[in-house]
Design a protein around this ligand. Structure first.
Ligand code: NAP
Length: 283
């Protein structure tokens, strides 16, 4: 008999319950995975606490394991699949389970170099980090500011930025500075005086610096410094204009000292129309 963790109702960990359940047989376009490891992310608890959606509900958005059944005429995202194949799956529903039936389109062959634990924790943080770097147009030679750099998403940003050839200034508590440094970032403490510290670091490293926010979603046990609002960046952090999507052209750094030219955008105001926010600092 299979087991899975469910949230019986909105709330904290006390509403999590480990229960028996019957795993549905995979239909066309589905596979069943014998789960060897399930990823754990802040969203698992946040989404239960928020009360959004139906309850009871499964918990867990990513898993790694071994395929135990395949629906008729079914391939996974990376190609052909057979019972016994080692796979990872993201984004699934109810991954905290001994067995789970999921859409085959969300299943990929597990790279042999990854353990099940590594594979199960790869994609939620990794794709978030990749998306952040992509939508903000980070390129070789850039210096970027990443908040929450010692966390799962932050470390993935550090690794992917290194592949791109971008340098990261990463906020973290002093106890986590070694984590940021280990992955090639320049650690900086958050809290009072952050803006000045970041400006100084950016000045000594690159002529431009853009702001990124990896600690998205709110709900942390610790509150943010008031000068760094939640979002894709901050009007008080060094900012630089980016081209209007999807053009590859960049506006010059001087654009940031005034209203950006028509068609350009700055990462920190991506969610807020220009007139409602104060003007960004010059680059
Ligand atoms: N929207 C999405 O698709 C998506 C996807 C993934 C994650 N997220 C969200 O992104 C956030 C980070 O996720 P995660 O998996 O990386 O979490 P995590 O591993 O818990 O990392 C969070 C990090 O935030 C740091 N931190 C705490 N207070 C801070 C502050 N005031 N300033 C700067 N850093 C601070 C902590 O580092 P220290 O120990 O150094 O303080 C911690 O390492 C969560 O809110 C999560 O829900 C959203």
């Amino acid at each position: 008999m299979a087991h899975h963790w469910i949230a019986t109702r909105p709330g904290g960990l006390d509403v999590f319950s480990f229960e028996e359940y019957v795993v549905p047989a995979p239909q066309h376009g589905e596979v069943t995975i014998a789960v060897r490891a399930a990823g754990m992310n802040p969203a698992d608890a946040k989404h239960v606490a928020s009360g959004a959606g139906d309850f009871p509900r499964g918990i867990g958005y990513e898993v790694a394991g071994v395929v135990s059944a395949v629906g008729p005429d079914t391939e996974i995202a990376s190609g052909a699949v057979a019972v016994g194949d080692e796979v990872l799956a993201f984004r699934v529903s109810g991954g905290w389970a001994t067995d789970v039936t999921v859409p085959a389109a969300d299943v990929f062959a597990k790279p042999p170099s990854l353990s099940f634990g590594e594979a199960a924790n790869l994609l939620l943080a990794g794709t978030t980090a990749a998306e952040m770097l992509h939508v903000t147009g980070v390129g070789p030679g850039d210096t970027i500011l990443v908040h929450g750099a010692s966390g799962a998403v932050g470390v993935s940003v550090l690794q992917q930025a290194a592949l791109i050839g971008a340098q990261v200034v990463g906020t973290a508590s002093p106890a986590s500075h070694d984590v940021v440094a280990r992955f090639g970032g320049v650690p900086v403490a958050y809290g009072p005086g952050l803006e000045q510290r970041v400006r100084e670091l950016a000045r000594t490293r690159r002529s431009t610096c853009r702001s990124r926010w990896s600690r998205t979603g709110g709900g942390s046990s610790r509150s943010l410094p008031p000068t760094v609002p939640v979002g894709t960046g901050s009007p008080t952090s060094p900012a630089r204009c980016l081209p209007a999507r999807p053009s590859a052209r960049r506006c010059g750094p001087t654009s940031c000292s005034g209203r950006p030219p028509a068609g350009s955008w700055c990462p920190w105001r991506a969610r807020t129309p220009w007139p409602t926010r104060s003007r960004p600092p010059s680059c």
